[in-house]
Design a protein around this ligand. Structure first.
Ligand SMILES: Nc1ncnc2c1ncn2[C@@H]1O[C@H](COP(=O)(O)OP(=O)(O)OP(=O)(O)O)[C@@H](O)[C@H]1O
Ligand SMILES: [Zn+2]
Length: 700
């Protein structure tokens, strides 16, 4: 646009269309611009903001600007390569912004594929009409899959009942599909999805992590696609290149693709004919975004289903207590699968009391015997330890020095690099700090430095010594760093090319291993006494999931859990596969002390160079409502706790503290937060403290 051309007063009235534009900047509210022609809400525009150009989205078409009209700039360009975003998408992002207390622009724009919000894609050299035109012009074909390979199975009565309930729903209903591990939840999803597709509607299928379960994508393709409709399925996750992501997003938002398989970010995708939302492993914490807009994709899925009046299915063997509670009080409809689909029984769980046992490198004799027996029967074994690296710390045998991160209040972890001992290094799992292992103790000079404790690398090493014939594979964040390596490693396990699999929680999720007979769990107790009140819930879910990998197809699966605390309710419930008992016990406990789901929480976290700055800021933030009580009509219903340092106080040289606010009324908390978040943001600017507010935090 040409800023030099100043229209006359009369023509101003006639030709200026006032717009409230949302921008991805950490400032509240919309920004006023005008366009010379009418522009619909939901249209992207290029605007000048300060010294730079940005892509914003028209959130509001206004009769008049909020500031004097002379000060309002024209938009630089209106991007018309896409139709305006649909109304239901606008409602979703407006809700998310309000509920999670973020400026609208910080919600709307990040919800789009990167290419649609980068100015350079439109203005730079080689823009060639922008990213949409470039993708549309490129001749890349969607993969064609052979669909003949997947014959549908005969549903058992429980599965059939679940499918009927879902497909028979009128309007909106949230279902909780609670099925024991290996009960065939996937089959229920597929049948329900096929029904919805046959009605000409789209399906959104969310999973916690896609790259970990590539065979799932394949079976979905094979089952739901067919040779004439190779593009039926679109996949979205954060690992895609920008172009691929845009292509998938366009296909689904134009209605060309009919099924969207995606991770949490896919909840923000426009889908013109959405008829069913499925959230698999709904309890999984990956549904919660941990930076920027800290949303729960599962919760937004329920909101979106309600808004669109379509059914939502939340599936899990270990539902979150929030979801279970909603099913118990009939907010959600419970559908149960109580039997395994293939195997006759659930695996047998044994607790090995390690208090009075001599362990060999962390292994009990019982576990080693069981491994031996399973290998002799040509079955696979999974050893689960949720700690990667070689050893959690290096220590000096003479003075007790331990390896610590200079930038964090944390130990550095010993990692064994390929090439043997000489290549070992220390690594901080909080900030990524790397260092060589010192030759001698930095404090006393002694050379007797030893690894203490063990991680997956060390287990792998011992197992290789004990079972030299066995093919051992390790799956954790280190062994799967390279793109495609997780897929390759899992494929080996499925192909039977691995005898012993050592892994972290990465191996616990959703895998249907046919030949796995035994699961051994080491050091589960580490999570038992964590400060966070959700730790037992998470431990239970994790162990139930990993245990559920054993004996899925045939034979008698076995799970051995080594623990010093076999009498703990978590373990006792696992012994009996008793999710319901565990849930009942935990909910009673939560109710007694007023924790979620019986209370609603928000967490303000502050970061500063020094802890005392962060704490001082939080104390002032906590006192804000007292200085202007009339602006906080619900503050009596909201408890403000004292600021506390985080468990790991210092990370990468910043110190962190947090402040919890809580209410037993969600509306009261929301009303409070709306005022408070704005006041807090202003205070943070004055103090120059970085902070963020998280609604419904998962970890405290
Ligand atoms: N009705 C059925 N008849 C025969 N086999 C079935 C049936 N339904 C599912 N299966 C098979 O049972 C196995 C377990 O199913 P699936 O992986 O869907 O379980 P799940 O409920 O998702 O388990 P988890 O929660 O442990 O991931 C799969 O191999 C699946 O093909
Ligand atoms: Zn560190």
């Amino acid at each position: 646009m040409n800023a030099d051309v100043v229209p006359t007063q009369e023509s101003t009235e006639a030709t200026r269309y006032w717009l409230g534009v949302a921008l991805d900047v950490p400032l509240p509210g919309l920004f006023d611009y005008y366009a010379p022609t009418p522009v619909d809400a939901g249209t992207r525009v290029i605007v000048s903001f300060g010294r730079r150009q940005m892509i914003g989205m028209v959130a509001q078409v206004k009769a008049a600007p909020d500031i004097p009209p002379e000060g309002v700039k024209a938009v630089d360009a209106v991007l018309d390569d896409l139709p305006p975003m649909p109304d239901d998408w606008m409602r979703l992002v407006v809700f998310a912004a309000r509920y999670y207390q973020r400026p609208l622009g910080e919600v709307m724009l990040p919800a789009l594929p990167v290419s649609l919000r980068k100015v350079t894609g439109y203005t730079g050299k080689g823009a060639r009409g922008g990213p949409v035109a470039r993708v549309d012009k490129s001749k890349r074909k969607v993969a064609v899959v052979d669909a003949a390979s997947a014959a549908p199975v005969q549903l058992n009565p429980e599965q059939a009942h679940a499918v009927q309930a879902i497909t028979g729903a009128q309007g909106h209903q949230t279902f909780l599909l609670h099925g024991v591990t290996g009960s065939g939840k996937t089959e229920v999803y597929m049948h329900a999805a096929q029904h919805v597709l046959a009605q000409g509607r789209q399906v959104l299928f969310m999973v916690p992590e896609i790259n970990l379960t590539p065979q799932f994508e394949q079976s979905l393709r094979a089952r739901l696609g067919n040779a004439d409709q190779p593009g039926l399925l679109a996949v979205l996750h954060s690992g895609l290149a920008d172009g691929e992501r845009l292509r998938a997003w366009l296909r689904i938002s134009r209605g060309q693709a009919r099924v969207l398989l995606g991770t949490r970010l896919s909840i923000m995708t426009p889908m013109p004919d959405l008829g069913l939302i499925i959230v698999d492993e709904e309890h999984d914490t990956s549904y919660k975004q941990q930076d920027g807009l800290r949303y729960s994709a599962r919760d937004l899925a329920v909101w979106r289903g309600h808004d669109l009046q379509v059914p939502v299915v939340l599936g899990s063997a270990t539902p979150s207590l929030e979801t279970w509670h909603n099913a118990q009080r009939d907010h959600y409809q419970l559908l149960s699968l109580t039997q395994r689909a293939r195997a006759v029984q659930l695996p047998q769980v044994r607790l090995v009391d390690t208090r009075r046992l001599a362990l060999e490198h962390g292994f009990s004799p019982q576990l080693l015997d069981a491994v031996k027996a399973r290998l002799a029967q040509q079955e696979q074994v999974l050893i689960f330890l949720n700690r990667r690296g070689y050893a959690p710390v290096v220590s000096c045998n003479s003075c007790g020095w331990v390896s610590q991160c200079p930038r964090c209040t944390a130990y550095t972890i010993l990692h064994r690099t390929q090439g043997g001992r000489a290549h070992n290094h220390l690594q901080c799992h909080h900030c990524g700090y790397h260092a060589a292992v010192p030759r001698r103790c930095p404090d006393c000079g002694d050379q007797d430095l030893r690894p203490m404790g063990r991680g997956t690398q060390r287990l792998e090493e011992h197992l290789a010594e004990w079972f030299p014939q066995a093919r051992i594979s390790r799956i954790d964040a280190d062994s799967t760093r390279l793109k495609g390596s997780a897929e390759a490693l899992f494929a080996q396990v499925h192909a039977g090319e691995v005898d012993i699999l050592v892994g972290t929680q990465m191996v616990a999720k959703g895998h249907d291993f046919a030949k796995l007979g035994l699961v051994g769990v080491l050091n589960a107790d580490a999570m038992l006494f964590a400060q966070d009140f959700r730790a037992p819930e998470r431990l239970f879910a994790q162990l139930m999931q990993v245990a559920g990998r054993a004996g899925r197809h045939a034979g008698a699966g076995e799970v051995i859990i080594q623990t010093d605390y076999p009498e703990q309710p978590v373990y006792q419930a696992l012994l009996k596969h008793d999710y319901q008992g565990f849930a009942r016990y935990s909910l009673e406990e939560r109710k007694a002390v007023g924790l979620p789901p019986f209370a609603y929480q928000a967490l303000l976290t502050a970061e500063a160079r020094a802890l005392k700055t962060a704490v001082a800021f939080l104390s002032e933030a906590a006192a804000l409502p007292d200085t202007a009580p009339e602006l906080y009509p619900t503050s009596d219903a909201v408890t403000r706790y004292d600021p506390v340092p985080l468990r790991v106080v210092r990370v990468a040289n910043t110190e962190r503290a947090q402040l919890l606010v809580e209410s037993d009324s969600r509306p009261a908390l929301q009303a409070f937060l709306t005022t408070w978040s704005a006041d807090v943001a202003a205070l943070a600017t004055r103090h120059r403290v970085r902070c963020h507010l998280e609604v419904d935090p998962l970890e405290i």
